[in-house]
Design a protein around this ligand. Structure first.
Ligand code: CA
Length: 536
C-alpha cells in the first residue's frame, strides 16, 4: 500500500471549454477518488495524465487548451483515464490559407531600467561569458584539439584569470559529406556563425586537418570574417597546398598536415602558440553595464511531460513577454513541436511576409520528414507518453506557450544569424542538441530549457537555465534544476511570479553573478550540426 496522499485531489484544466483535465498530485490518484467537483475517478490516473471531465462519445474531440488534441476511438465515461491509445490524432494543419498577420496590435508597456553586466563586442553584440572557442573544420582533429584544450587549461589559462573557459567546437561534419549538395549550406553556416557567437569575443582560431572537404577558406570565405590580421608566420600553411595563406583577411589556422609538424607535440605547441594572442585579447575584456535588451535568449524544452505546458512553459512564456517588452531577443524553435500551432504563429507575425516565411520553413520541414517517410508524429518519445502527453498535437500546444504573446517579428532558417531584436521563430529540429547548436549559431547568449521527465542538459558555449515542470523532479534533482515551476501546480506561486523570478535569474546569470547548476558541475552536451544533406 502506498502512503496516504498528503494533498487533496488536484486536477488542472487549461481552458473552460476543455473536456479533460490533468491530475497534478504526485503519484497520481487511485480509482474511487472523489474530485472537489464531485466527479469520481473510474480508473487510476497517473500524475500528469488526463481524466475525462464529462462523457466523451466515440469520434468526439478531446479538447485541451481548447484545441482538439485527438478524437475518441471509443465511448469514454466521465472520470476515466484518457490515454494515448484511446485517441485518434488529427491530421496536420494545411499550410494553405493560413491567417497572415491578423492578431492585431500588442499593447504591452515597454519594460525599462533593467540591466546586466556583459561583454560588449566590436560588432555590437554582448557576451554573457568570456570563452576562447577553437573552431574545427573536421571531426578528424577532435582528439588533438581535446588534448590541446586540456594543455591550454593547465598551462595558459592560469595566466588569464578573466577568461572563463577554453573549448573546442567539435562536430561530426567536415569530410565524407556531399559538400556541394544544396542543403550543405546548413551545417557550414551553422559552424561559421557559432564561431562568431557573442560569448567568444570575435576571436576565431581554427584547427584544420588539411585534406578535408570543409577547407578553412570555405568555412570562412574572404570577407566573411571580421578578425584582426594575425602576425606574420602565424598562419600555418598546409603541405597539401589547399589552404592559401595569402588570402585576406588572414585567418588564424593550425593545419595538422603542415610539413613543419614533426611529431604530435609540434601540433600541440602550435595550437598553444596560436591561442596566446586570443587569450590576451579576451583577458582584456571587461564586463560593462548593458540594458536587458542585449539578452539573446533561446528557449526550448526536452524530456517534456504533461506539466510542461501547465507550469514551466507558461512561466517561460510570461518571461518571454517581459524580455520582448524590455527590447531583448527571444528565439523559440523546435519545428515539429510548433507545427500544430502554425496558425497561431502566422496570425502573430508582424507582417504577411513573416507569416509566409514561417509557412515556408514548415513546408521545408514537412518535405524533409517526408523524404524519410516520417511526419511530425515521429517527435513524441516513450517518456513523453509515460508523462501524460498523448501525441504531438498535445505536446505542441504545451510547447508553443514558451513563445508568450508578443508579435513574432523574425524567422531564421537553420544556422542563420539574427539580424534584429524581438521575438523570432528560429526554425530548428526539436532535438535538444541540434536546437541548442542552431540557437548558438543565431547568436544566443543565454539558454532556457524546461524539462518534466528530467535531463541534465548543458552547453559549454553559453549558460543554460533549467526549469523543472514538477516539484517532485525539482526535489530529486535539486542540484541540477535551477528553477522549480512545479510550485505553480502546487498552488504556491503564480505563472507571473515564476516568470519574474526567471527574468531576474536571467539577469544574474547573464552577469556572471550566478552560475547555473550545469555550469557548476561543468555538464555539457556535444554540438550537433544539422546536416540534411547526404553523407558520402
Ligand atoms: Ca528540444
Amino acid at each position: 500500500m502506498s502512503a496516504p496522499n498528503p494533498r487533496p485531489p488536484l486536477t488542472i484544466r487549461m481552458h473552460a471549454a476543455d473536456n479533460v483535465a490533468i491530475v497534478a498530485n504526485d503519484g497520481g490518484l487511485p480509482a474511487g477518488t472523489v474530485l472537489p467537483s464531485g466527479l469520481t475517478l473510474v480508473d487510476r490516473v497517473p500524475q500528469g495524465h488526463k481524466v475525462a471531465l464529462v462523457p466523451i462519445a466515440k469520434d468526439a474531440a478531446v479538447l485541451r487548451y481548447n484545441v482538439p488534441i485527438g478524437y475518441a476511438l471509443q465511448d469514454i465515461p466521465a472520470g476515466a483515464w484518457v490515454h494515448e491509445r484511446m485517441l485518434h490524432m488529427p491530421a496536420a494543419r494545411s499550410l494553405a490559407d493560413l491567417p497572415r498577420s491578423t492578431a492585431g496590435a500588442w499593447n504591452a508597456e515597454p519594460l525599462e531600467g533593467y540591466t546586466f553586466e556583459g561583454y560588449r563586442n566590436a560588432d555590437g553584440s554582448v557576451g554573457t561569458r568570456n570563452i576562447l572557442a577553437i573552431t574545427t573544420t573536421v571531426q578528424c582533429v577532435a582528439g588533438v584539439v581535446d588534448f590541446a584544450v586540456q594543455r591550454i587549461k593547465e598551462q595558459l589559462l592560469p595566466r588569464y584569470p578573466n577568461v572563463d573557459d577554453v573549448i573546442g567546437l567539435e562536430h561530426s561534419y567536415g569530410c565524407g559529406v556531399a559538400i556541394d549538395a544544396p542543403d550543405a549550406i546548413i551545417p557550414i553556416r551553422t559552424l561559421r556563425n557559432i564561431s562568431k557567437n557573442p560569448n567568444f569575443g570575435g576571436e576565431v582560431m581554427v584547427v584544420s586537418l588539411g585534406c578535408e572537404k570543409l577547407q578553412p577558406d570555405r568555412l570562412f570565405p574572404a570577407g566573411g570574417i571580421a578578425i584582426k590580421p594575425v602576425a606574420a608566420g602565424a598562419v600555418d600553411t598546409g603541405s597539401t597546398g589547399q589552404f592559401d595563406a595569402k588570402k585576406e583577411p588572414a585567418l588564424d589556422v593550425v593545419c595538422l598536415q603542415a610539413e613543419k609538424h614533426v611529431g604530435f607535440m609540434s601540433m600541440i605547441d602550435s595550437v598553444l602558440e596560436s591561442a596566446v594572442p586570443h587569450l590576451e585579447r579576451l583577458n582584456a575584456r571587461q564586463r560593462v553595464t548593458v540594458p536587458a535588451s542585449e539578452l539573446v535568449v533561446g528557449v526550448q524544452c526536452g524530456g517534456s511531460d504533461a506539466f510542461s505546458g501547465v507550469t514551466a512553459n507558461p512561466a517561460v512564456g510570461f518571461c518571454t513577454d517581459l524580455l520582448v517588452r524590455a527590447g531583448a531577443t527571444v528565439m523559440f524553435s523546435e519545428t515539429t513541436e510548433v507545427r500544430d500551432a502554425v496558425d497561431q504563429m502566422t496570425a502573430r507575425a508582424t507582417t504577411p511576409e513573416i507569416a509566409d516565411a514561417m509557412a515556408r520553413e514548415m513546408a521545408w520541414y514537412d518535405a524533409y520528414l517526408g523524404r524519410g517517410q516520417a511526419d511530425r508524429s515521429a517527435n513524441t518519445t516513450p517518456g513523453n507518453k509515460a508523462g501524460g502527453l498523448s501525441n504531438i498535437v498535445e505536446k505542441a500546444m504545451g510547447s508553443i506557450i514558451k513563445s508568450g504573446t508578443a508579435p513574432i517579428s523574425g524567422v531564421l532558417s537553420p544556422g542563420e544569424k539574427l539580424q534584429h531584436k524581438g521575438l523570432h521563430y528560429a526554425a530548428t529540429p526539436a532535438s535538444d542538441f541540434i536546437c541548442g547548436t542552431l540557437q548558438l549559431a543565431a547568436g544566443m547568449n543565454l539558454h532556457v530549457f524546461t524539462t518534466g521527465r528530467g535531463t541534465p542538459y548543458g552547453l559549454a558555449e553559453c549558460p543554460v537555465i533549467k526549469v523543472a515542470t514538477r516539484t517532485d523532479l525539482a526535489r530529486r534533482w535539486h542540484d541540477l534544476m535551477d528553477v522549480n515551476a512545479g510550485r505553480i501546480a502546487d498552488g504556491e506561486a503564480s505563472i507571473e511570479d515564476l516568470g519574474w523570478e526567471l527574468f531576474r535569474l536571467m539577469l544574474d546569470v547573464a552577469s556572471g553573478r550566478k552560475k547555473t547548476w550545469a555550469e557548476q558541475w561543468k555538464l555539457h552536451n556535444a554540438l550537433v550540426l544539422f546536416n540534411p544533406a547526404p553523407i558520402t
